[in-house]
Design a protein around this ligand. Structure first.
Ligand code: NAD
Length: 260
């Protein structure tokens, strides 16, 4: 049922976004994807998406720190493949530091990429969805949209912001066939998490093994990292017709974290 739908996935060159783009390709979506990377890696990924089943796949580059580039990204996707049916805001960055030492430029970058970019893609893509009378906005938030952890002030603030933005936009377009939801994953096995283990070890002065055992998986009762494919399957479900009445939600996929 997703066949031929036009999906724009941000941050699709790595981790969760890559898994989402591949899953949507397997469902036959036409893909516009963004994300940083070397030209040859992006060319290879484009080929992989087509081989996986995407009738079209094209990189629409943007540095999400730059509002003009975000606008140009959405415009390029719409010019090439028409209105966006499925917008997946996935790109995100992390930085870990006690709040009193938090570098101001890292705060600004996390708010810009993890929160403001979501606002910008939504405001640019929504008119096309409204004209079409249908659409799906799926924001990859985090369990940190619902819970806090020390040393992650910017990330937690941005992800809580994404939850608020998701609910607000859902209400605004509720009668127009457009659903707006966020997914709140716990710890997923990706390069971002691998980097976080190292950063948290530094901030807490403990070993990386101790971070995994005593910090990361303590929050997640299943004591298992979530796979990228699990998150991608929830995206595909939200994109489908069966989820037409699911809107304004922040859906946890966190191994029981928020049950505490
Ligand atoms: P990742 O680091 O593997 O990938 C991040 C993607 O964002 C890459 O494609 C990168 O190129 C892109 N990106 C980063 N900065 C950018 C910029 N300035 N302009 C354009 N693109 C940029 O990360 P991931 O672990 O796959 O995380 C993806 C999303 O999932 C993020 O929003 C993250 O907060 C969220 N998330 C991750 C986890 C986890 O455990 N990994 C858990 C919950 C939520």
């Amino acid at each position: 049922e997703l066949e031929g739908r036009h999906a724009l996935v941000t941050g699709a060159t790595s981790g969760i976004g890559l898994g989402i783009a591949m899953a949507l390709a397997r469902h036959g979506c036409r893909l516009s994807f963004s994300g940083l990377g070397e030209a040859e890696d992006i060319a290879e990924l484009t080929q992989d998406l087509v081989e996986a089943g995407a009738p079209e796949a094209d990189h629409v580059p943007a540095d999400l720190l730059d509002v003009a580039q975000i606008e140009a990204m959405v415009t390029a996707a719409q010019r090439a493949r028409g209105a966006i049916d499925i917008l997946v805001n996935n790109a995100g960055i992390q930085f870990v530091s006690p709040v009193q030492d938090f570098p101001v430029d890292r705060w600004d970058a996390i708010i810009a990429i993890n929160l403001s970019a979501v606002f910008h893609t939504i405001r640019c893509a929504l008119p096309g969805m409204i004209d079409a009378g249908h659409g799906r906005v799926i924001n990859i938030a985090s369990a940190h949209a619902l819970r806090a952890s020390p040393y992650k002030a910017a990330y937690v603030a941005a992800k809580h912001g994404v939850a608020g933005l998701t609910k607000t936009v859902a209400l605004e377009v509720a009668e127009q066939g457009i659903t707006v939801n966020a997914i709140a994953p716990g710890y997923v096995d990706t390069p971002l998490v691998r980097g976080q283990v190292a950063d948290t070890a530094k901030a807490r002065g403990i070993s990386e093994d101790d971070v995994v055992r005593d910090v990361m998986l303590v929050a997640q009762p299943t004591r298992r990292l979530i796979s990228v494919d699990e998150v991608a399957s929830m995206v595909a479900w939200l994109a489908g017709d069966g989820a037409a009445s699911v809107t304004g939600t922040v859906l946890p996929m966190d191994g029981g974290w928020t049950a505490r």
